[in-house]
Design a binder for this molecule. Structure first.
Ligand code: MN
Length: 232
């Protein structure tokens, strides 16, 4: 096939323990999926889950044992960190029931849903889409994928984030309002999932601003850590 210009290389993630990489299709994100974070954002209760997307080429892929960088993005004065467990889909499907969701999972990764909070809040007030707050370039630092059979008990794993060595976020994946299987059920009712899709499952409480020079180190137990420095 010939193109009018060279197409971009596919976005892919390293996979722990093997040479083959995981090719990324779409990047879905769940909003307000931990109760204490929903409260800090001014909401309570178990609302139905809701979703937004980031472009796959907004991911900042950080190899195991490496430290990545992301630029401080334009237009914002309030860049927030959101540490998240990311689910990698290996087998697509639509209308997947929670009881069957496990069969569709390839593995898991640690990700950051970086957010231009001031712009997101402006959009919320005006009832406009969140894209400018959530889907900006290099908004999704992410580490390698751990295949599910090497990942341990992800549903009960500790999740945490330190900025310059100081704890900012610490919780458990067990505190998800909609757990991984339920999230896949809801998401696949709205979109047909495909192999290569990623799902950022939401962040626990403690979101706050970072500034250029800050080093963010996030972990989900069993999946290793993700390290990134915000540059000017
Ligand atoms: Mn998020």
């Amino acid at each position: 096939m010939r193109f009018v210009f060279e197409p971009s290389a596919p976005v892919s993630l390293p996979v722990t323990g093997q040479d083959e990489r995981f090719p990324v299709h779409r990047v879905y994100c769940v909003g307000r999926n931990y109760e204490e974070h929903a409260k800090e954002m001014g909401f309570t209760g178990r609302e139905p889950p809701f979703f937004f997307l980031k472009p796959s080429d907004s991911l900042v892929v950080v190899d195991a044992g490496q430290s990545g960088t992301m630029p401080y993005p334009s237009l914002t004065h309030n860049l927030h960190h959101e540490i998240e467990l990311v689910v990698a889909i290996g087998v697509g499907g639509k209308n997947i029931k929670a009881a069957d969701a496990e069969k569709h999972i390839y593995g898991y990764a640690v990700g950051l849903d970086m957010t231009r909070r001031d712009l997101q809040n402006d959009m919320k007030k005006q009832g406009r889409p969140w894209c400018i707050g959530k889907a900006f370039d290099q908004s999704g630092p992410i580490g390698p994928i751990t295949p599910k059979d090497r990942a341990g008990d992800v549903n009960n794993a500790e999740i945490s984030l330190q900025v310059n060595g100081v704890d900012r976020q610490r919780s458990s994946v067990a505190k998800l309002i909609w757990n991984i299987a339920e999230t896949i059920e809801h998401l696949s009712a709205a979109w047909e999932l495909q192999a290569g899709d990623l799902i950022f499952t939401g962040t626990p409480e403690g979101v706050a601003a970072v500034v250029p020079g800050d080093r963010l180190v996030g972990q989900v137990a069993g999946l290793g850590s993700l390290s990134i420095v915000v540059q000017q």
